[in-house]
Design a protein around this ligand. Structure first.
Ligand code: SAM
Ligand code: SF4
Ligand code: SF4
Length: 386
């Protein structure tokens, strides 16, 4: 049976139109929270990381994310007027930074499809963290337009980049992107990013059992010693349309074991607290990590929930604030922006929303067991960004 035969597509329930009410305390001048660089939620998690989706469109149709059967020519994408403008994004980003955000990742959909994205990068790159350092500014892309754009992205102020690549074999890659896009063009994009000095480069590979696990070793061999960090991501039950099943998840522990059969690995300490990827270094002849050979990462979003250290907020293309990748609804910050709210009002709303946050979906999934299956109303990853 082919993957297409077994692929289950679940009709889309559009979660984009509805949003959560902004907390009433956000408008209470007596309870105004002034930003001071540290904002904790109900589980003691500080706001540090912001993902901004700049478009809900994509030129790929990876079936774990935007299955062709749903995202077809009849699918209604957001209208241009509904998207946050670059000025609106930058203004909101400033409020998040005032609350302690140090890292911003642009994502989507495919962020390089957003017209003049370089202009937004230019604006964001001028922002400074509270202690005066440049932001850690990065972007996740499918790499299809990277060969053309890498140099301009770098000149605009982008520091580093993450490229998604689910295999090296052309047939497997074309099947996974489902638009017959050749792998050679993404590899050329990665080379262009290296040449432009976007560093360090991370490569993200979503592993789907029965689809691309045979690509794990070729990918590990290819990127070993390249200076790039290959990260294997467990296939997640995000969104509501990809027909996710636990038996298609290949646990990271198995990925590590498979690579170890050929390329010895040693586990490395996390480089920063709250890091989502577990790090494994390639070992040299002495059995110790050889930094020249580099390292891989495994992101076990399904088998080892990391909610307890999740410090990430997500801003959708139309300015809804999501507190969890698996949320059903977000908070409509655009309505505040477009109602002439002051910066203090915006910062105050963000503070009240984050302080009330209690999301920990992956932990609940682990506690309830793997066959619980996804609720059907979650927002799509292509809308809030991965
Ligand atoms: N289009 C860009 C790309 O593919 O890199 C950025 C957006 S994409 C939604 C961000 C990341 O989410 C990609 O690395 C993608 O592989 C990952 N992703 C999407 N759906 C996923 C799923 N069901 N499970 C795990 N990762 C997923
Ligand atoms: Fe597009 Fe990225 Fe989703 Fe693939 S994972 S469909 S490239 S948004
Ligand atoms: Fe964070 Fe939600 Fe993922 Fe848990 S499930 S790590 S809270 S995004």
């Amino acid at each position: 049976m082919t993957e297409r035969d077994t692929h289950r597509v679940i009709p889309l329930m559009d979660q984009r139109a509805s949003s959560l009410p902004l907390p009433s305390t956000a408008f209470d001048i007596q309870r105004r929270i002034l930003p001071h660089g540290l904002l904790s939620d109900t589980r003691g998690r500080d706001l540090r990381d912001l993902r901004i989706s700049v478009t809900d469109r994509c030129n790929f149709r990876c079936n774990y994310c935007m299955p062709k059967e749903i995202f077809d020519k009849n699918y209604t994408y957001l209208k241009h007027a509904d998207l946050l403008s670059f000025e609106e994004i930058t203004r909101l980003a400033r409020q998040f930074i005032a609350h302690g955000v140090q890292k911003i990742r642009l994502t989507g959909g495919e962020p390089l499809l957003r017209k003049n994205i370089e202009r937004l990068i230019g604006q964001l790159s001028e922002l400074r963290t509270l202690d005066g350092r440049p932001l850690d500014l990065t972007l996740t892309t499918n790499g299809s337009l990277l060969a053309r754009k890498a140099r301009d992205l770098k000149s605009a102020g982008l520091q580093r980049i993450t490229v998604s690549l689910d295999g090296l074999d052309d047939a497997v890659f074309r099947r996974m992107n489902d638009v017959d896009f050749p792998v050679a063009d993404v590899l050329a994009g990665i080379e262009a990013a290296q040449a432009a000095g976007l560093a360090p480069i991370k490569i993200n590979m979503v592993v789907k059992r029965g689809t691309n696990e045979q690509q794990i070793l070729p990918m590990a061999r290819h990127f070993m010693g390249s200076g790039m960090v290959l990260r294997f991501i467990e296939y997640m039950d995000v969104g509501a349309t990809n027909g996710w099943r636990m038996d298609e998840v290949l646990p990271s522990a198995e990925v590590v074991k498979l690579i170890q059969t050929e390329l010895p690995l040693v586990q490395l300490a996390p480089s920063q607290p709250g890091e989502t990827a577990e790090r494994w270094g390639y070992a040299g002849a002495d059995g110790q990590h050889d930094p020249r050979l580099g390292e891989i990462g495994v992101i076990s979003s399904v088998t080892q929930a990391f909610c307890s250290s999740c410090n990430r907020a997500r801003l959708s293309t139309e300015g809804q604030l999501y507190l969890c990748l698996f949320a059903e609804k977000g908070y409509d910050l655009r309505s505040l922006l477009r109602a002439d709210a002051s910066d203090a009002d915006l910062a105050n709303a963000v503070a009240h929303i984050w302080q009330n946050r209690s999301d920990h979906y992956s932990e609940l999934r682990s506690a309830l067991g793997p066959d619980t299956g996804p609720p059907v109303k979650r927002v799509e990853m292509s809308y809030i960004g991965g």
